[in-house]
Design a protein around this ligand. Sequence first.
Ligand SMILES: Nc1ncnc2c1ncn2[C@@H]1O[C@H](COP(=O)(O)OP(=O)(O)OP(=O)(O)O)[C@@H](O)[C@H]1O
Ligand SMILES: [Mg+2]
Length: 341
Amino acid sequence: MISIKNVKKIYSSKSGNVMAVDNVNIEIKDGEIFGVIGYSGAGKSTLIRMLNGLELPTEGTVTVADKIVSKIKGSELRKARQEISMIFQHFNLLWSRTVRENIAFPLEIAGIGKSQRMKRVDELIKLVGLEGREDSYPSQLSGGQKQRVGIARALANNPKVLLCDEATSALDPQTTDSILELLVDINKRLGLTIVLITHEMHVIRKICHRVAVMEGGKVVELGPVLDVFKNPQEEITKRFVQQVTEPEETKETIEHLLEHIPNGKVIQLGFVGEAAEQPLITNLIRNFNVTVNILQGKISQTQNGSYGTLFIHLDGADDEITKAIDYIHSQQVGVEVMTNA
Ligand SMILES: Nc1ncnc2c1ncn2[C@@H]1O[C@H](COP(=O)(O)OP(=O)(O)OP(=O)(O)O)[C@@H](O)[C@H]1O
Ligand SMILES: [Mg+2]
C-alpha cells in the first residue's frame, strides 16, 4: 500500500543544509495502523508530509496506493490526495462554517451534488459520533469533538489512507483515548490504512500494529509493537518503552517490601502476548500447595496482545515453591525471583 524507498529530504537554508529525513525505507501494508515515534525534530512531520506530496523527497521514491506520489504533479496529485487524507494536531477547521459545512467542504471540492453531499455528511456524522452537533461552530466544540470533525472531513471522499500528525497531542488523556478508539473502529470497519506520528508511546501501544522509531532523520528501530515493547534494542526505544511500562520505583517499593516478608519468595512475572496472567495464577493455586498473594502489577493491552509485569508472593514449603517456580518457567512467562539484597 505504502512504500518509502531510500528517501532523503534535505532542507536548504541560508544557515546551511538540514538532513530532515535520512535514507528511510518503510513498507506499510493495506489495513495496517503504522506508528512513527520520535522526539521533536526527528523528521516525523517531514516524512508524513512526503506521503501526500506536501513535501517532495530530495532523493528516493514514495508510492501510495500504486501512485508514485513523489513524481506526480498538478491535477494528478490533487486526485491522489483524495485517497490520502490527513488530520492535524490543531484540527485545521474552517471557523466560520458549521460542523456539517466543514464536513461537506471536501465533497463540494470533489464536485458532489447537494443531495448526495448531505446524505454522505449524515453518514459521517454518525460514524464519528457527532449526532446533535451538526449545526454547531468549531468554537462551540470541545477539542475531542473538533478532532471528530477533522476525522469526518478526512473520511468524506473515502480515502484509502489516513495520515495523522500528532492528532491527539492537544487533547487530555481521556479524550485522547476516545479519539484513538475511534481510529481503531474506523480502521476495522473501513479497512483504512492509518499512519500516525506521535511522541507518546501510549498512543503507539494503544492502537498501532507496527512502529518505527525515528532519531535524527533515520529509522533506528522498526517492528511489531509487542516485539518492540518486549525487546527494545536502541537506547531511545528503551526510553520510549519506559513511558508505558512498570516504572523503576515499583521495583524499589517491592524490594523495600521484601524486608517485611519473612517467608516464601517474591517473584516478578513478565507477560507478553499469548501468556495470560489469569490461568497461570489459578493453576498455581490449584496444583501446588502454595499460597499466592498478588503484590502489585500492571498488564497493558496492545493491538498484538497484552504485556506487563506482576509481582507475586509465594508462600509454602520450599519444595512446593520450587515446583511452582518450575511450572511458571514452563509457561513462557518471564520469571525473576527477587532476593533481599
Ligand atoms: N521547511 C523547513 N525548512 C527548513 N528546515 C526544516 C523545515 N521543516 C523542518 N525542518 C527541519 O527538519 C528537521 C525535522 O523536522 P520535522 O518537523 O520533520 O520534525 P518532527 O519530528 O515532526 O518534530 P516535532 O515533533 O517537533 O513536530 C528539523 O531539524 C527541522 O528544523
Ligand atoms: Mg512534527
